[in-house]
Design a protein around this ligand. Structure first.
Ligand SMILES: O=C[C@H](O)[C@H](O)[C@H](O)COP(=O)(O)O
Length: 222
């Protein structure tokens, strides 16, 4: 049993005909998108906003109609993965570098449904390095400002080169140790000029669907 597939497919049960939905990014969201594609081919009528270029490509391949966020008042649900989930449903996201679009889409969503395998459940956020999207301009200075808040950080690289996001920005992966107050940290980080967005999603998720290695699925409500 693949727990990512289990949770991704289970979350698709929340989608009903006529919904406007957000589609997340990553290896777990992949299974939700594949399932939505199957449902669309079986007659489901939905319109979707993707949270990354990768997801837009996959959704288009699956025949899912894509729209811009500006075309809707709000999204009914968004299904997305996470790198860590705490007992209050605070999240770290951005392991795949999609955190900015993901947060914009999540903020425009009535019900954010998070899909994770059991390895993502933690008591306190912070073992996973917090991704922070920063402007390329002056990024080293922005990094110093972030480090002054108690972090050590590294610029994300891919294949030896600095990783560039869908929004042409960079990512700093930051170690703050255990994060005692995610809500405060996310606000404080976003006051630093040069920080575009950070990967803490505090008070955003309403439902967490967990896939376990033994094949169990748990749907948790806030
Ligand atoms: O930027 C990537 C996203 O925040 C993902 O949702 C997150 O990294 C989890 O990805 P995965 O399901 O591949 O572990």
């Amino acid at each position: 049993m693949n727990p990512k597939k289990l949770t991704g497919e289970k979350a698709a049960d929340f989608i009903t005909d006529g919904m406007m939905i957000g589609l997340g990014t990553g290896s777990t969201a992949y299974y939700a998108i594949k399932k939505v594609g199957e449902m669309v081919r079986n007659g489901l009528n939905v319109k979707a906003v993707p949270t990354s270029k990768e997801t837009a490509d996959l959704a288009a391949e699956e025949g899912i109609e894509l729209i811009e966020l500006s075309e809707v008042e709000k999204l009914d649900i968004t299904i997305d993965g996470a790198d860590e989930v705490d007992p209050d449903f605070n999240l770290i996201k951005g392991g795949g570098g999609a955190l900015l679009r993901e947060k914009i889409v999540a903020a425009a969503t009535e019900r954010l449904i998070i899909i994770v395998d059991e390895s993502k459940l933690v008591n306190k956020l912070g073992d996973f390095l917090l991704p922070i999207e920063v402007t390329p301009f002056n990024w080293e200075y922005t990094q110093k400002m972030i480090n002054k808040m108690g972090a050590t950080s590294e610029i994300r690289k891919k294949g030896g080169e600095i990783f560039v996001t869908d929004n042409d920005n960079y990512i700093l992966d930051c170690d703050f140790g255990k994060i005692e107050n995610p809500e405060k940290l996310t606000i404080d980080l976003n006051t630093i000029p040069g920080v575009v967005e950070n990967g803490i999603f505090a008070n955003m998720a309403e439902i967490v669907v967990v896939g376990y290695n033994d094949g169990k699925i748990e749907v948790m409500y806030k």
